[in-house]
Design a protein around this ligand. Structure first.
Ligand SMILES: Cc1ncc(COP(=O)(O)O)c(C=O)c1O
Length: 450
């Protein structure tokens, strides 16, 4: 039987090797991270939620849905029934693609926006944020270009950064994404030999800009993307939250190749984390594989609860109740802005959703002003978080979804005081309270727009 080799005595040569190993062992764990994690900076959302939770601060910052109107008692009964009657299934692993009954119901929900879909093409995810992550994962290599409205949803920008995609913003006007600017961007990128992988768009009640893509522009946006071979990702968590009760035809209803993302976060309960992607059949299998590697399967329990809720409750009138509350809050915000804000501020009038996008007078830097606002007990989301390139210093997002109308009015009164103080400093010293990095409105392309 061969003898095990005797280990050689430690030699001088072994000492540096051990030293290297020791040095490697002493290296900070972060030094071993993959390069792509460099793009994962703390989103402003996290800081905002921390601030929002302080009771003395009126938070107009986060986009937390207002759940006060949910029928909690009947939901509690539903949860009890689910465990008692279907607990063996609800508490078990399920299909990676999602519970079949829920996928059928999701198709009924999407039909409200003109989408005719096959439940086989629906993939249930842990919130639409997960769908965004998975879609980016299967489409984007490092360095790939993604087109997105400027400004855009901070969580999407986070996913694009995490996969090292480069975001090129396309500006909006009061009717949403501007087709000519989209065409210009694509033409200019093509001249550099670049075909973007995706157009990421939020057509309805945009987060953060509050605007809706005009119906007449929808087919044009799709045609432009098709002619350049760019896939369209339509993110639509707010589409059913229109204040006039009107719904808009989804981009997906006009083109079956659109990747559509939906969510129950704003129309039912964000804490359940149930969202979905509707994808072309050619994309579905890859998406399911990506989902499987992320979570094995979405939680059976929350999916079945949503399914029971949709089957047993008048969810359409619940959405109406939500939108009535949001409209009342939007009105309170708009009234207060009109009454209290200094001259030189402009904002849009959203027809649904959660957000007003405010442009402040030249010279005011909303990010630099935020700590002073929080000291004055009001919080907002500063504009730069909604651009991938640091643009948006003159903008901020106000969310009216969560606080009561009275708190909203008080919050705007405090914000107006902070703005007045900034303007006073500028008037007195001829410079901003802190220098602004740049300026531009939501209608102005950010610098990276080619
Ligand atoms: C535009 C947009 N997309 C996606 C999401 C993520 O939603 P979910 O809760 O479904 O993950 C949000 C959440 O605020 C959003 O505003």
């Amino acid at each position: 039987m061969p003898q095990p080799a005797t280990p050689p005595p430690p030699s001088d040569a072994a000492v540096p090797a051990a030293g290297v190993a020791a040095a490697a062992a002493a290296a900070a764990p972060t030094e071993r991270f993959a390069a792509r994690t460099a793009g994962m900076t703390a989103s402003e959302i996290r800081a905002l939620f921390a601030v929002a939770s302080r009771p003395e601060v009126v938070s107009l910052a986060g986009g937390m849905p207002n759940l006060a109107a949910l029928p909690l008692e009947s939901l509690a009964a539903e949860v009890g029934n689910l465990v008692a009657r279907d607990g063996q299934v609800a508490l078990q692993y399920g299909s990676a693609q999602g519970v079949p009954a829920l996928r059928e119901q999701i198709c009924e929900v999407m039909a409200l926006e003109g989408i005719r879909a096959d439940p086989d093409d629906v993939v249930v995810t842990v919130g639409s944020q997960m769908a965004l992550d998975l879609v980016t994962r299967i489409y984007c290599d490092p360095g790939d270009v993604v087109l997105a409205e400027g400004p855009s949803y901070v969580g999407a920008l986070g996913s694009f950064a995490a996969y090292q995609a480069r975001v090129v913003h396309v500006a909006m006007d009061e009717h949403g994404l501007v087709p000519e600017l989209l065409r210009d961007a694509l033409r200019s990128l093509a001249a550099q030999g670049i075909t973007p992988k995706l157009l990421y768009t939020i057509p309805n009640f945009h987060n953060p800009a509050g605007v809706t893509l005009a119906v007449e522009r929808r087919a044009e946006v799709l045609e432009i993307c098709a002619s350049y071979g760019v896939a369209v990702v339509e993110d639509n968590p707010y589409g059913l939250l229109g204040f006039s009760g009107r719904t808009y035809p989804a981009l997906r209803s006009l083109d079956r190749d659109v990747v559509y993302l939906g969510s129950f976060s704003k129309t039912f309960a964000s804490g359940l984390r149930v969202g979905w992607a509707l994808v072309p059949p050619a994309v579905r299998d890859r998406l399911v594989l990506a989902a499987e590697s992320a979570t094995l399967c979405p939680p059976s329990f929350t999916q079945m609860l949503v399914s029971r809720y949709l089957a047993g409750h008048d969810w359409r009138s619940q959405i109406k109740t939500f939108t009535e509350a949001y409209r009342e809050r939007r009105d309170a915000l708009l009234d207060a802005l009109e009454t209290h804000l200094p001259d030189g501020c402009t904002w849009n009038v959203p027809d649904g959703g959660f957000y007003v996008w405010l442009t402040v007078p030249e010279g005011v830097d909303t990010k630099a002003m935020l700590p002073r606002a929080v000291t004055a007990r009001v919080a907002y989301a500063s504009g730069t978080g909604f651009y991938a390139d640091g643009f948006g210093t003159r903008q901020l997002r106000l969310s009216y979804c969560y606080p009561t109308p009275e708190r909203i009015t008080e919050g705007v009164r405090r914000l107006a005081g902070v703005l007045e103080a900034e303007l006073d400093v500028m008037r007195t010293f001829g410079t901003p309270a802190r220098p602004a990095l740049g300026a531009g409105g939501p209608q102005t392309p950010s610098p990276s727009t080619p």
